[in-house]
Write a protein that binds this ligand. Structure first.
Ligand code: G6P
Length: 600
């Protein structure tokens, strides 16, 4: 995700900004820029690509106040014009997050004479701050923030003033001697200071060389606590988490929030997508959908099959990309490829095959500017932020988020769901990020089960209908990172073979959330218990029956039946993580596996 840095102090700003930005490189980015106030003007330098590319273009810059940014594109392609900082008059702004109403703001500001040069949402914020500017930056920023909807961490300069603010995106302030700092994350400034203040939502800070002053959005002063950081740089890059995978699992509430941002209007029961030009009549005419993907993306697509069939009344074939090219069946009239990296060779080959047979194509991906985005007809971004751990976690959750949105959107257009159903679903979907946080805050039982069974050599994950793809994903996660043999099975299939393997030494994770097939899954659990296997159930928090049949239960918050796979996913991810940790496995880089597989 984007990285922000800011500096106001006794030293030259440019070198400190560049150095700090380099320490945010691990977050992933596609362009970088800085703005420094030099005597009378704000000078802006930005480039597409790496920070070293930007560095090569920099003249000698004098000025002791400035801001910097690494951009991970969400609105507009990764290029120099869209790179931050964005300016309006003498004001320069960097931003992390999504301004959901930027289109309306852009129209309004254009009418009053502001000229837009980029495709970004951030530029609207720069002009808005300028619009409100009278004689000081902090008042202008506070006024502008009242007009924007969405998430943000921002840093802005005007003259020698430096202001920061946040809502839903991280920002920290570093306290130095005669100099103070802003950063998205602690490692960026740990070299300069260990005294850190965490900015909270809807707080604004004015950063001067001699002090930092905090306010709420009514400009009432706030007292903040200084934290002394004792981590080293490597630990800090993982924000204190032991592995990127664990950090990314914990980033899921935010990733899903970003996936939904600006796309859901639960009051009107509407969903909208930027980047998709499928018309209503094309959506009504779809006779069959093919979803094509690999690995974890395939498992997301498999859940998508159930969603499109249930919510939009359209048949879906789910295809493994490496097999699809050699199949002799023709694809559906819409082909959806799912690939977090946008670079998986098998998926790209399948996409090309599908295009050659003349069907419409749509990609769900996380990486703007990736190969898939250049070859496909329509793109929907998952907006999960960069994922570093090889085992996909937050990108999977966001892929599910997009699939729910798409299936509902198609369902509404095809007349398969009522406006009331739509509103109910959207309200429930908006609650998912907070419900995921509840699971993350309550993981003792998962840890206990993981410790008890970490030396097992075989595991089964079972589920029916919507939970079957999550059983597949649970088994995939476990085998990827813990090297335990694990299989995901449709619970009803156990008795047709794998039951022969079930003994007291084969733990089974049964996804047994309430819904159409609950009673049948309970029957399958009884069959397993009759063979003495230990069973962990993932069940609804209101289910008072399940513990009679199993050895341990992990509860998930109550939601619409159809949404519960999102919550069960978090449990199987944590379980896999803690088992792998107990086995001392190299969790972020499992043997033989790669994050992006660019060979067929
Ligand atoms: C690799 C990764 C998996 C990923 C798969 C598909 O195997 O290790 O985590 O699910 O590729 O990647 P994609 O980028 O197409 O989603």
């Amino acid at each position: 995700m984007c990285g922000i840095v800011g500096y106001n102090g006794k030293n030259q700003a440019a070198a400190i900004l560049i150095d700090s930005l380099k320490r945010l490189e691990y977050r992933g980015y596609d362009s970088a820029g800085i703005a420094v106030f030099d005597t009378n003007v704000v000078e802006v330098y930005k480039e597409k690509g790496r920070i070293v590319d930007l560095e090569k273009t920099l003249p000698s810059i004098s000025g002791t106040v400035g801001i910097g940014h690494t951009r991970w594109a969400t609105h507009g392609r990764p290029n120099k014009v869209n790179a931050h900082p964005h300016t309006s008059g003498n004001i320069a702004v960097v931003h992390n997050g999504i301004i959901e109403n930027y289109q309306q703001l852009k129209e309004k500001l254009s009418r009053t004479g502001y000229e837009f040069v980029s495709d970004t949402d951030t530029e609207a914020l720069a002009h808005l701050i300028n619009h409100y500017y009278k004689d000081n930056l902090i008042d202008a920023v506070i006024s502008a923030l009242k007009d924007i909807r969405g998430s943000y961490a921002i840093a802005a300069i005007c003259g020698s003033e430096l202001v920061a603010a946040r809502k839903d995106s991280p920002l920290v302030i570093g306290i130095g001697e005669g100099e103070n700092f802003i950063a998205s994350d602690i490692p960026a400034i740990l070299k300069y200071t260990r005294k850190i203040i965490f900015l909270d939502d809807l707080e604004v800070a004015s950063i001067t060389p001699d002090g930092v002053f905090f306010f709420d959005t009514c400009k009432s002063p706030i007292e903040k606590k200084i934290n002394l950081i004792e981590w080293n740089i490597e630990a800090a890059e993982k924000s204190g988490y032991e592995h990127f995978m664990l950090k990314e699992i914990h980033e899921q509430p935010r990733a899903l929030h970003e996936t939904f941002a600006g796309r859901i209007s639960e009051l009107e029961g509407n969903i909208s997508f930027e980047g998709s030009n499928l018309t209503e009549s094309q959506i009504k005419d779809i006779s069959r959908i093919s979803i094509i993907a690999c690995g974890t993306s395939y498992n997301a697509g498999f859940l998508g099959k159930y969603l499109f069939e249930q919510l939009a009344g359209v048949h879906v074939d789910i295809e493994i990309a490496s097999e699809f090219r050699y199949a002799h069946s023709s694809p559906g009239s819409l082909v959806i490829v799912i690939t977090q990296s946008g670079e998986t060779a098998d998926t790209l080959a399948a996409l090309r095959e599908a295009k050659s047979s003349g069907c419409r194509t749509l990609a769900i991906t996380n990486v703007m500017g990736s190969t898939v985005t250049r070859e496909v007809d329509n793109v929907i971004y998952t907006r999960s932020g960069p994922e570093i751990g090889v085992a996909a976690t937050k990108t999977f959750i966001s892929q599910l988020g997009v699939l729910y949105l798409l299936a509902l959107y198609f369902g509404k257009i095809r007349g398969k769901i009522s406006s009331d159903q739509m509103k109910r679903m959207l309200v429930a979907m908006k609650m998912l990020p907070a419900q995921i946080t509840r699971i993350l805050n309550n993981k003792e039982k998962i840890l206990k089960f993981a410790d008890t069974f970490s030396s097992s050599s075989d595991f089964f994950f079972i589920g029916r209908t919507l939970n079957y793809p999550i059983a597949l994903e649970g088994a995939l996660k476990l085998k990827e990172i813990s090297y335990i043999h694990a299989e995901g099975y449709a619970a009803g299939e156990l008795k047709h073979g794998p039951l022969a393997l079930i003994t007291k030494n084969t733990p089974v994770v049964a996804i047994a959330t309430k819904g159409l097939t609950y009673d049948k899954v309970v029957n399958n659990i009884k069959e397993i218990k009759a063979r003495d296997a230990p069973v962990l159930a993932i069940a609804d928090e209101k289910d008072s029956e399940i513990e009679k049949y199993v050895d341990a239960v992990i509860r998930i918050p109550t939601t619409e039946d159809i949404l519960s796979p999102v919550l069960s996913t978090v449990v199987v991810q944590l379980l896999s993580y803690y088992i792998a940790k107990a086995r001392n496995c190299p969790i972020d880089q499992p043997r033989n596996l790669a994050k992006s597989v660019t060979v067929e």
